[in-house]
Design a protein around this ligand. Sequence first.
Ligand code: GMT
Length: 368
Amino acid sequence: MNIGVTCYPTVGGSGILATRLGIELAKAGHVTHFITYERPFALQGAESALVKMHQVHVREYPLFKYPPYTVALATEMAEVTRSENLDLLHVHYSIPHATAAQLARNVTGKPYVTTLHGSDVTILGEDPSYELINTMSIEASDAITAVSQFMADTTRKNLGVKKEIQVIPNFVDHNKYQPAPCELIRAREGRAITLIHVSNFRAVKRIEDIVYSMCVITKEEPKAKLILVGDGPEKHRIERLAKKLELTDNVLMVGYRDDVAGLMNCADALVMASETESAPLTILEGMSSGLPVIATNVGGIPEQVQDGYNGFLVPFAHPDEIAKAALKLNSDPELQSQMCLNARKTVMEKYTVEKVLSQYIKVYQSVL
Ligand code: GMT
C-alpha cells in the first residue's frame, strides 16, 4: 500500500507513535509518505525509498495574522495523493489533520483514517473554538481508531461521535527496550531504590508529585534516586523544587537522552504521576525493560498497568502513595522480581510491533 501519514512532527507521543508506525509499515514493504510541516523528530534518518517526506509550506502574507495552515496541509495532502498515487491518508491527532484530510478527500476521493491520541478529544477537542468541526471531521473519517478504550469512550461521551471507533493500543520496540544489566555504573554505585520518569515536562505530567514522593522515600532510604529524563516547560520549576526540598543529590535531571533504554536498565521502577493520559508510550517502554510501573489511576493507564501485577496504581495527586508503592517494592525483592517478569510479559502479550501493526493494516484494508 501507499500510505500518506500526517502527525505533529515535534516531540510528543502522537508524533512519535505515528513515525514509528510509518517506519514499521515500510519495513513490512508498504510505502509511507510523511506530509508534515517539518521532518518528524523521530524519523531520524529513516527516509528511504519506502519512507518519504513531503513538507507543507505555509505562505506568509502581510494581511494575515494567522497563516491558513489547514488549507496548506489539505492542498499538500491532495497533491501528494495524486502525484504518489496514495491509497489512503492516515492522520494522527484529529485537530486539524482530520479536517485537512476531509478536504483532500473531496478532491481525490481517497479515504482517510483518523487516530485519536489525547487532547484532540479532551482539552482542545471539546473546546468550543474547535468542537463542531473537529467532531464532524472525526465522524466523517472512513475509519476511526483510538489508542485506548478510555480514548474511544471519551470521544463518544465528550464529542458525541457515533461511528465505530476501533481501539488499537500503542506499541513498543521490545528488542530495543529489554531487561539488561545497568551499564551506566555511576547511577548504580552504592545505590538504594532508583526510580525513573520520562516525559516532555508538561504540567499535565505532575512531576512535582514524584519529587514530593522522594521526601518520604529518602526518609527511609537516604540514597534513593529519581532519574528525570526529558525537558519542557516545567523543567525549571522542578529544578527549583528539588533544590528547595534539599533533594539535589537524589533527583538527577538528565535532559533529553538517546540512551533511554540504557537508563531504564539502571532503575527499579518507572513512575508516572499524570493528571490524565490516554496510553503513555513511556509506560510501555518501562514495562518492556522489565520495570514495574507506579502510575496514577487515570485515563487509559489502568488498561496498561494492573495494580499488584505489573505495578501499582495510585490516586492522582498523592505523592505519599507513590512513596508507599516504591518502598514496598524496595522492601520485597521477591515482589520486585515477579513484577519485573509480569511487566515484560504484558508487553510481549499485547504491545509488540507485530501485534499492533497487523491491526492497523486490517483497518487500512477495510477502507480500500
Ligand atoms: O501527552 C503528551 O505529552 C503528548 C500527547 C500527544 O498528543 O502527542 O500524547 C498523547 O498521545 C500519546 C500517543 O498516543 C499517548 O502516549 C499520551 O498518553 C497522550 N497524552 C495524553 O493523553 C495527555
